[in-house]
Design a protein around this ligand. Structure first.
Ligand SMILES: [Zn+2]
Ligand SMILES: [Zn+2]
Length: 214
């Protein structure tokens, strides 16, 4: 069994996730958005107090709010960074975008150590996540589906009552709708969606009530 820990970080309230295997204590850190020493410390404390062993660092996509803490986490735990190949240029641009928004400067993320693509399986202890390629919000957005425990780490693809914005470089509304319809909505109703911003929801609830999908 796994446990999902959720944190809200940085000026745009991005959700960072630590997912860990309850037995081995191995952990994947998804989208570390920590942008201040206090936020970094919240992540470190959560890891240390539970005696977790971070084993992977993964970005669902590389908008600045999801990669703010990449350099810190990678360095602190000696992790390899995995992203979708199409996000590499976006990762490189992140510090520039941070400046454009007038936010405090960001320590540039190291480049990816490896690429993740649809069909890959990400292993965590005795668990596996399948990788779903869901472009539209960003060209290389990927979601991580834990079939056995019925949840998906969804990045900025699908939110409670909303969907990802598509006005940023590489975004495309029809592509995003196609990704949601073909990759996420076919998942079972009970599947919990852990989005990149805001509260968790379920596939069934979004299929029935999300105004962008009806
Ligand atoms: Zn985003
Ligand atoms: Zn975001």
């Amino acid at each position: 069994m796994t446990t999902v820990l959720s944190f809200s970080f940085n000026p745009v309230a991005e959700n960072t996730f630590i997912v860990f295997d309850n037995e081995t204590r191995e952990a994947i850190i998804f989208d570390p958005g920590c942008s201040t020493p206090a936020e970094e410390q919240r992540l470190v404390s959560a890891i240390e107090s539970r005696q977790l062993k971070p084993v992977q660092l993964i970005n669902t996509h590389c908008h600045f709010d999801h990669v703010f803490g990449n350099a810190f986490i990678k360095d602190k735990y000696g992790l390899k960074l995995g992203i979708h190949e199409l996000e590499a240029p976006i990762l490189e641009m992140a510090p520039v975008v941070v400046n454009m928004y007038g936010l405090p400067p960001m320590t540039p993320s190291p480049p990816a150590d490896y690429f993740i693509a649809e069909g890959d399986v990400v292993t965590l202890g005795s668990s596996t996540f399948s990788v779903l390629f869901c472009p539209g919000h960003s060209p290389g957005s990927i979601c991580f589906y834990h079939q056995e425990e019925q949840y998906v780490i969804a990045g900025d693809v699908l939110f409670a009552g909303s969907i990802g914005r598509t006005d940023l470089p590489g975004g495309d509304h029809q592509t995003l709708l196609g990704s949601i319809m073909t990759k996420l909505l076919p998942l079972p109703d009970e599947t919990v969606v852990w989005p990149g911003h805001g509260a968790a929801t379920t596939i069934g609830k979004e299929r029935r009530t999300n105004p962008f999908l009806t």
